[in-house]
Design a protein around this ligand. Structure first.
Ligand SMILES: [Zn+2]
Length: 119
């Protein structure tokens, strides 16, 4: 399962693999929108992005969304996240040509720590 944070005005798409990552909790605000995408709901949820049912604007209730993508296959989950970005980008320019940034891995090691250690 991955957690992906999309921010519209800031042009941000951040992937969290570690469910205990403090950023996931910190970034949740009151009334936070979350799209739960699993194999049973994938076509329904992707359709909402394709059909512009998820709208984005520069106000707190519409400026971001969390994707919770659960397919038990990390590569597929990241591909789904990239596809969501492409679908949203058809309606919203800030999401166009926006790459996914990995924030943390599932073993709890943050990506920035890995880089610092030269691994
Ligand atoms: Zn994280």
């Amino acid at each position: 399962m991955i957690y992906v944070y999309l921010n519209y005005p800031n042009r941000q798409a951040t992937v969290h693999h570690d469910s205990t990552c403090p950023h996931i909790r910190q970034a949740h605000k009151q009334g936070q929108r979350t799209a739960k995408i699993n194999l049973a709901r994938i076509s329904e949820e992707l359709g909402k992005f394709a059909d512009k049912q998820y709208t984005f604007a520069s106000k707190p209730s519409r400026n971001d969304i969390w994707l919770e993508i659960d397919s038990r296959d990390a590569d597929f989950e990241k591909a789904v996240a990239a596809y969501v970005l492409r679908l949203a980008g058809k309606h919203y320019k800030p999401f166009r040509e926006l790459g996914l940034q990995t924030h943390c891995q599932s073993n709890g090691v943050s990506v920035s720590n890995v880089v610092a250690q030269g691994v």
